[in-house]
Design a protein around this ligand. Structure first.
Ligand code: FES
Length: 101
């Protein structure tokens, strides 16, 4: 995890650390603001699943899935460490593995 203060997301595999500047900012929002490409076909509405990331570090500090994400996780059989970047808002540091498109 990044030793700097504040909340950071470490985007893997490139190890790009990006600070979370606003409360309730999704992982997808943080990535896009930093110019990091994450597929997001539905525009962040939680309907496409293309923004799926694997949480490598910090999963235990995330809030449980919301209703939108829970439905998709059940339908598609997400693993416990797989989260929709558009529906996940970090409250502590995270490391996430992005899929390569
Ligand atoms: S961008 Fe479509 S589910 Fe996240």
């Amino acid at each position: 995890m990044n030793p700097k203060s504040g909340i950071y997301i470490n985007f893997l595999p490139d190890h790009t650390h990006v600070s979370v500047s606003q409360k309730d900012q999704s992982v997808l929002d943080v990535a896009l603001r930093a110019g990091i490409e994450i597929d997001h076909t539905c525009g962040g509405h939680g309907t496409c699943g293309t923004c799926l990331v694997r949480v490598v570090e910090g999963l235990e500090k995330l809030a449980p899935r919301n209703e939108i994400e829970s439905e998709m996780a059940e339908d598609r059989g997400f693993r416990a460490d797989e989260r929709l970047a558009c529906q996940t808002c970090p409250v502590a540091g995270l490391s996430v593995q992005m899929r390569r498109s």
